[in-house]
Structures are given as structure tokens and as C-alpha cells.
Design a protein. Structure first.
Length: 303
């Protein structure tokens, strides 16, 4: 009988830090959530990260802590270099800090890479041999897993699909460049584009999609163009990677009924037929980001 193992998965987002105790069957056993500091620097952030993890270290069989965060980052050294959605932080030594604090193995990677691993291990498309996962939330991320192995790229920075250009000289992105798909299909993108059109400041994605459901002409137009932008970004990735499945995860997928069918149809119309015939596209299993982060630990055990 295989011995049950446990890992802690930590999902760092622009709004919250979520830490969970996960077993190797994918069950989320204990969860603790802290609000991500919106001001202050590295020290305040690291203290908050530690406070999220500390209450759930209750088991001697914990084999490691997996951390997922937005990038760019250095996964080898365990450093969060900078993030468009965590702008007060700069070269945060996540791995060394937590290693010293808790004295157990620390694994760190891009949150979208973690999401892809989670889908590959425990998601609805886990039986396909390769998965391209896109995280749709505050920003847009991407991750790719083939035959159970994560394509991480240089220091964890592969598949930054949110920062691929879909509109030449388009809207300014949080990364400092113009025309990124994240500027057109993400919480931040929807809110900014709506403000440009109406001078009305929405609070979050729910506000935006409520406008869509109310058939607000500006919101509907913004969503329609955003779908086109995302479809072209996904087309580019499909033509490069040839995945067997594409899954969409993240907070925005709670409104998948408002855009999913159109998005899937646009993607299929854009890609080569030889790829379209075998491709599975759809909403992911809505796995917690913490589960994906924990999969960094479980996959390391198999190497």
C-alpha cells in the first residue's frame, strides 16, 4: 500500500495568499487565507506569506511546500523578481526565506505553470497526453505539461501568454508594453477598457460581467473584442505546441457561460484543421491554485 503523503500548496495572487494542506490524492484538507499586502515592500509580504503557511504545518509527513506566483521570477533561486499585479515587490527571496523559516523543501514556480500541473495530475483533461492551461484572472497566464512533465522554460518563465502581443501599439499593459492579450481579456483589462469608454470605474470582474448580462453595449463590445484577442493568442500557442487539450481556469471562468462557447468556436476556426480534429477545449476543473502548487512537490518526488 502506498503511504499517504502531504504537501502544502500556496497560491499567491494580487488579492490574497491562499495556503492549503493537500494529500497525494488531491484532497484539500486545511486552508488558510491572508489578504495580500497592497503596500509595503518585501519584508511585509514575506511575513504575510509565512503567516498564511504557519497554521497548517500540522503533519510530520509533509514532504515540501509548493509556491505559485505571478512572474517574472527565477524558479531556480526561488526569487519573485517583479509582477505587474504585485507592484510593491522587487526581487523577493521567497525560497530562501521559507526554507529558513520552516526547514522543509521549497518548490517555486509561475502560478500558471502550477495550474497546468494541477490539471495534468487531477483535472478533467488529465487523460490527455499534453495540456495547455490558461489562467484567466487578474491577468492571463499559461502553462504546458506533456506526458506529466512541466515545460518550465528559463527559470520558470515559459508560456507568458498574457504578455504576447495581439494589438500592435495597443493598450498599455502592467508589464510596460502595449497590446498584450492581458490588456484585453483579464479582470484588469476589462476594468481599464470599460473606464476608457465610459469614465466609470468598476470594482472587479463580477461588476463587468454583470454589465455584460445586462446587455450594456460597452461591456458587450469589450468582451467581444477580448474574446477575439484571446482566441488569436491561443491560436499562436496551439500552432507552436500542438497540445492535445486546452483548458481555461481561474476566477473569470465563473462567467464561462458568457464567453466560452464563442471563444472555443473562434479558436477552432483559426487553427489548422489537422490540429482541430484531435483538440479538446474547455473549462478546467476549477482546481484550487494551491493544489497546482502542491503538484510541484508531488512531481518532484517522481523525478
Amino acid at each position: 500500500m502506498t503511504k499517504e503523503k502531504f504537501a502544502i500548496g500556496v497560491d499567491i495572487g494580487g488579492g490574497s495568499i491562499r495556503a492549503s494542506l493537500i494529500d497525494n490524492s488531491g484532497q484539500e484538507l486545511i486552508t488558510n487565507i491572508k489578504q495580500t499586502p497592497q503596500s509595503g515592500g518585501n519584508e511585509e509580504f514575506l511575513e504575510c506569506l509565512s503567516a498564511a503557511i504557519q497554521p497548517i504545518i500540522t503533519n510530520n509527513d509533509i514532504i515540501g511546500i509548493g509556491i505559485g506566483s505571478p512572474g517574472p521570477l527565477n524558479s531556480d533561486e526561488g526569487i519573485l523578481i517583479k509582477s505587474a499585479n504585485l507592484q510593491t515587490l522587487n526581487h523577493v527571496p521567497i525560497k530562501s526565506y521559507l526554507q529558513q523559516k520552516f526547514n522543509i523543501p521549497i518548490h517555486y514556480n509561475n502560478d500558471a505553470n502550477c495550474a497546468a500541473l494541477g490539471e495534468a495530475y487531477f483535472g478533467s483533461k488529465k487523460n490527455t497526453d499534453s495540456i495547455l492551461a490558461l489562467t484567466l484572472g487578474t491577468g492571463v497566464g499559461g502553462g504546458y505539461v506533456e506526458n506529466g512533465k512541466l515545460f518550465s522554460g528559463f527559470q520558470g518563465n515559459a508560456l507568458e501568454i498574457g504578455h504576447t502581443t495581439v494589438v500592435i501599439n495597443g493598450a498599455l499593459c502592467g508589464c510596460g508594453q502595449k497590446g498584450c492579450v492581458e490588456s484585453y481579456f483579464s479582470t484588469r483589462g476589462f476594468i481599464n477598457r470599460y473606464y476608457e469608454k465610459t469614465n466609470i470605474q468598476l470594482t472587479d470582474a463580477r461588476d463587468f460581467f454583470n454589465k455584460v448580462e445586462a446587455e450594456d453595449i460597452n461591456a458587450v463590445s469589450i468582451l467581444s473584442f477580448g474574446i477575439t484577442c484571446l482566441a488569436h493568442a491561443v491560436r499562436n500557442a496551439i500552432h507552436i505546441l500542438n497540445p492535445a487539450s486546452v483548458v481555461f481556469v481561474g476566477g473569470i471562468t465563473s462567467a464561462y457561460h458568457l464567453f466560452g462557447e464563442t471563444l472555443e468556436k473562434e479558436i477552432r476556426n483559426l487553427i489548422f484543421p489537422i490540429l482541430e480534429n484531435r483538440l479538446v477545449i474547455g473549462k478546467g476543473s476549477s482546481l484550487a491554485g494551491t493544489l497546482g502548487a502542491a503538484c510541484l512537490v508531488f512531481s518532484a518526488e517522481k523525478e
